[in-house]
Design a protein. Structure first.
Length: 184
């Protein structure tokens, strides 16, 4: 069964697919998934790590060494540590958040689960996430994993994407629609 579902069309998707296939082959999907969740959390909490992954001023060798030290400090699985090293060596660390999202989608599909990508203008609390999850469960008829992201550019509301379906309830889109209607 092909679970790539168009993910490999992007650069980050190809990296995620390669990591997924390697982790699946070595029976380490759960370990790599936990590692990537920890890395995503570290990226969100550490400005230094985020700078390391996004700055073009960080040299290749420095990035490889810093990633190796970070992987060791976080006690990441060998597969995850080596993968981060490959991203650093190929100067693709900026793709890491997208790779993590794509890997999570592949893992969820492998387990037969649906994943909803939810973008909000500000962080959602646990109650709000549970309410959204319950609403989506009712709508889709099965359990839904959520991948949360914050994007202040949407101004308010939510953008929910499940597979090829998208529900855009963002204020930015509503204002753009109103502007188009007013233009005539």
């Amino acid at each position: 069964m092909d679970i790539s579902g168009g993910i490999q069309a992007s650069l980050s998707g190809r990296y995620a697919l390669a990591l997924f296939e390697l982790a699946n082959e070595r029976k380490k999907l759960e370990a790599v998934g936990r590692d990537l969740a920890a890395v995503a959390q570290a990226l969100a909490e550490s400005p230094e790590l985020k700078e390391l992954t996004t700055s073009p001023l960080v040299g290749r060798d420095a990035a490889v060494n810093a990633v190796a030290a970070t992987a060791e400090a976080m006690q990441l699985d060998t597969i995850t540590a080596n993968f981060l090293g490959v991203l650093a060596k190929n100067r693709r660390l900026a793709q890491l958040p997208a790779v993590i999202r794509a890997f999570n989608l592949l893992s969820a599909r492998h387990r037969g689960e649906l994943t909803a990508e939810i973008v909000s203008a500000h962080s959602l609390d646990d109650g709000q996430v549970d309410a959204i999850r319950q609403n989506l469960r009712t709508r889709m008829g099965r359990d839904i994993n959520v991948d949360l992201r914050v994007d202040p550019a949407i101004l308010g509301g939510l953008v929910v994407k499940i597979g090829s379906q998208m529900i855009d309830g963002s204020i930015r889109t509503k204002l753009n629609t109103l502007a188009q209607v007013m233009k005539g």
